[in-house]
Design a protein around this ligand. Sequence first.
Ligand code: GAL
Length: 812
Amino acid sequence: MDFRPWLLKTSDAPPAGPAPGEDLVYASRAFDDSGWRLLDLPHDWGVESPFVQALPGETGKLPWHGVAWYRKRLHLTAADAGRRIVLEVDGALSNSAVFCNGRLVGGWAYGYMSFQVDLTGCLQAGADNSLAIRLDNPAGSSRWYPGGGLYRHVWLTRTGAVHVLADQQFVHTPEVSAEKATVAVRSAVANSSPGPVKAAVEVEIFRADAQGRPVGAPLARTRELVHHLKPGALQTFDFNLKLSRPALWDVKSPHRHVAVTLVSQGGRLRDRVDTPFGIRQIAFKADDGFHLNGRRVALKGVCMHHDLGALGAAFNVRAAERQLELLREMGVNALRTSHNPPAPELLELTDRMGFVVINELFDTWTQAKKPQDYHQHFPAWSEADARTWVRRDRNHPSVILWSTGNELHELGMKMGPAVSNRLANIVRSEDPTRLITVGAHDVESGFNGFQKTVGVFGYNYKPHEYARFHRANPTLPLYGSETASTVSSRGEYHFPVTDDKAGGLTGYHVSSYDLYSPWWASSPDVEFRGQDQNRFVAGEFVWTGFDYLGEPTPFNDDATNLFNFHTPEARARAAEELARLGTLQLPSRSSYFGIFDLAGFKKDRFWLYQSRWRPELPSAHILPHWNWPERVGQVTPVHVYTSGDEAELFLNGRSLGRRKKGDGEYRLRWNDVVYEPGELTVVAYWKGQDWARSRVVTTGPAQLLQLAADRAEIRADGRDLSFITATVVDQAGRAVPRSKPRLTFTIDGPGELVATDNGDPTDHTSFKSAQRHAFNALALAIVKFKPGATQPVTLKVTAEGLAPAEVLLHPR
Ligand code: GAL
């Protein structure tokens, strides 16, 4: 058996499965897999398992590592003879090996990269064929929860022998104005038939509908180019098309077009590839940030890991779309796909919804962050990964920068510029239209020459260095590639409230006053100041939009971040705390960095970012909640996030003073409020005029449950999801802030409870469980219909001592 090197690397690492060779029986065509579980892709085997600390130091506490096999029977009809059949895997974690009828035909090491395997020479027409994929996901290979399995879509594409190579399409817009645009289309056509062919190739441009499909009559069309292709030949064709008064792609109005490449032979159409694209112009200016279609667009961005909370890494379009909708509500217009290429469908969504994207390739280059991470593949695979990445994603108008990596150790090493230049040259050879960037943690890499290897420089957590960087590099554009890393648990508030960023910890929760962060990071306000004092900075990418699985800083299992988190004094306190615990097996499963928690519920700083990023939207938000029976008579600070510039706070009708935001201030604070139950009201002003109001009241005891679906009508296709929020309320229907009753969800009808969550980073209840505690009044249920269902589904929630609730979902 011909083993490729990537199969041999990892399998002796515990708790990986059998060494390659021992389990090859699963690859064979004759193997009887009738006893195997039937499942749908995308699939993440880690997230469906119970929480368990399988290995010390692995964050996320879900068993995502090891060896797994997937098998599929493929029936080909006699008509498939002579067709080219290609398997496309959008992502497989990781070290995949693909076997066709028992033969190793391909595979890929990097779990975040899409890859193709040509099955033509192996599959038999008119017969049953077997496809088997072996994955080997090594422990110690990721700083966050990566997931395990065929966690993105897998496709089989059949074409004729004369075909367009979809992965080689390149569509861009070298000239763009309101009056006209030039669209450059490069297409590659191959002849895999045994004889020579005369192929005619042409391109048409259409407007795209919401799904990116062509609509209406073509807006432009080329003449046919005719070419004689020898057997096995591949020919590239370049076209330029002119459009007048083009509808531009923009974050505000993301108009899309489609380039359709048609290849025919003797007047008969043989193949067609549709490439959605956008007509837009991007530029980074060293002294004025990012420009889209000629105007400055401040990057209001968040970093996002790829997991989808309770769904794990298994990609789901609706779950990603929901995240984007919530981010949009906050004013986000930009994403950084930290620290790996996203699912292809995510870029479809950002194209369609109007977000710009920094598409990131790697978290490591040649130097390890974890013993089994990508550094071991870098020498052999980085070129293939970089080329495949750019070819896959270069037609998306939303992609504005290629980030070749995050916080690389090489930034501080002599070899750094050489490695960076090598990757940059590969990227540029596939796409000369976009600039290259990295996320840099190392201050000096902005001054020691490394910065010259990129077209746009990204600093992680360095607002205090922006001015110095710009003085030293007046022609190099700059942005905050990672900012804030403020940590909090939704709805938890700890006292006394200190401004020491190492504070705010009680038990395994972090206080939600949005003042706390690891030592390298800050509250949101500090970054805002850095941005406002340095207008040349193109914007920021907050770490992170949503909480994610794993990396529960400051409560990581190896305790390093618990120590790092603190100043020297606080570090001593942390050491005592750890000694008391006597274990490094800390309980947290998910991060505290998100502006949204893992379930997608808003933490307080949602309103802080919204007040900054949507200044035109009147808003006022009060924190904390006002249910503190044990704090009567004690100082309980109140903070207000508002898009106004001034506000007055009232407690039970008494004014506690009117405050104005000073220069470089982004929140209003009443630090000496003495708690008494009742009602806190805020009246916000903008330039002296009434602007927004809100209030927080002391609620009664929990009495009822409420259910609200984000969408009560969803497609019955087994994929579309409804996200249903359960809220614990008092008699008057007000959410009871600190309530944590145990809830039970039941489904009636042709649906499935896919997962539940509550956003509590310490909750070890399996995401598959129908029982779960509410966390500070809220819990989430995710429901789908069985494919083809026509009847409605009822989701019911019950809890001891509380009136139950139901919600009805309809198939569409
Ligand atoms: C950065 C790193 C991120 C995440 C973050 C937490 O240094 O790039 O991946 O670990 O810190 O603050």
